[in-house]
Design a protein around this ligand. Structure first.
Ligand code: SF4
Length: 102
């Protein structure tokens, strides 16, 4: 492999890795807390930041990762939620529609 071939190969690998990373990012667009549906449901990306005065039924053990609506794996950083269409919610997140996964 010549020096030019090696350089070309490295650039192609980098471009492919970048494109895959971009595709991954797009597929994992997190729900923004200012999204109107998120606001209506009191969604927070971190269950520890839920306002206890506003949601007295909330418990720190409740998070998206153990919610019935969560479509990801508990080991994932984020995953789909049936209430947010194609967007991902944080596994550590929470909203007022939380329902314990069986
Ligand atoms: Fe998270 Fe469940 Fe609310 Fe979806 S419904 S945002 S998974 S707590």
């Amino acid at each position: 492999m010549t020096r030019t071939d090696r350089r070309s190969f490295v650039l192609r690998v980098a471009a492919t890795a970048s494109a895959l990373g971009l595709a991954h990012t797009r597929a994992r667009a997190d729900v923004d807390e200012s999204d109107p549906v998120a606001v209506a449901l009191g969604y927070r990306q971190d269950t520890r930041k839920v306002d206890p005065a506003k949601y007295p039924g909330h418990d720190l053990a409740q998070h998206c990762g153990n919610c019935k609506q969560f479509q990801g794996k508990a080991s994932d950083r984020s995953g789909g939620c049936t209430l947010f269409g194609g967007k991902a919610v944080a596994t550590a997140g929470w909203c007022s529609a939380w329902n314990k996964k069986a």
